[in-house]
Design a protein. Structure first.
Length: 166
C-alpha cells in the first residue's frame, strides 16, 4: 500500500488583521512505526524564528512543538496503518504592500511493521501559497495551488535540488 498525502481543504480566511488559508492535509501511512515526516517550506518572508529566507527548511525539525505537528507526534508509537490529519493556517499580516510566496514540499516515508517489512513506500505533496496586498492594504492575491503529488515504492523520494534529509 502506498503512502497517501491528500489536501482535504484549503479555505481562504481573513480575520484579526491576518489573511491566508486554513489547510487540512491528511496523511495515510501503511506502517506508522518509524515512519518519517519531512515538512519542507521555502518562503521569501519567513514565518517563524530561525527560518531562512528563500531556502528550504524542514519545519518539523525547526519547530517540532508547533500545533501543526501535534497529530504526528501524538501518533508516535502506533503500529500498523495510521491516518494523521494536519491543520496548518499559514498567513501574513494584512498591511500595505504585504506579500509572501510560501512553497511546500512534504514527504512522508513509510515505517516498518513488527516483522521489519515495509519502509519503501513514500508520498510527496507540493504546493504554493501566494498572498499579496495592494498599497492600501486590500487583499489582491490569496491563492493556494497544488504543484505536485507523487507516490513511490522505491524508498528514494525526490527532494528539492540541493536539499537532503538528515
Amino acid at each position: 500500500m502506498p503512502v497517501s498525502i491528500e489536501l482535504m481543504e484549503a479555505m481562504d480566511y481573513a480575520e484579526a488583521g491576518q489573511f491566508g488559508h486554513r489547510l487540512q492535509i491528511q496523511v495515510t501511512v501503511p506502517n506508522r512505526e518509524s515512519a518519517r515526516l519531512d515538512w519542507l517550506e521555502r518562503s521569501n518572508r519567513p514565518c517563524v524564528e530561525g527560518m531562512p529566507v528563500d531556502a528550504w527548511v524542514d519545519m518539523y525539525r525547526l519547530a517540532p512543538h508547533s500545533n501543526v505537528f501535534a497529530p504526528w507526534v501524538q501518533s508516535e508509537g502506533e503500529e500498523g496503518q495510521a491516518t494523521v490529519v494536519f491543520l496548518d493556517p499559514p498567513s501574513i499580516r494584512q498591511a500595505p504592500n504585504a506579500k509572501r510566496t510560501l512553497e511546500f514540499w512534504i514527504v512522508v516515508l513509510d515505517g516498518t511493521d513488527g516483522e521489519g517489512r515495509g519502509g519503501n513506500a513514500w508520498g510527496l505533496f507540493q504546493a504554493r501559497q501566494t498572498l499579496r496586498c495592494d498599497a492600501h492594504g486590500a487583499i489582491v492575491e490569496q491563492f493556494f495551488v497544488i504543484t505536485g503529488d507523487l507516490a513511490g515504492e522505491d524508498s528514494d523520494p525526490p527532494y528539492p535540488p540541493g536539499w537532503r534529509p538528515r
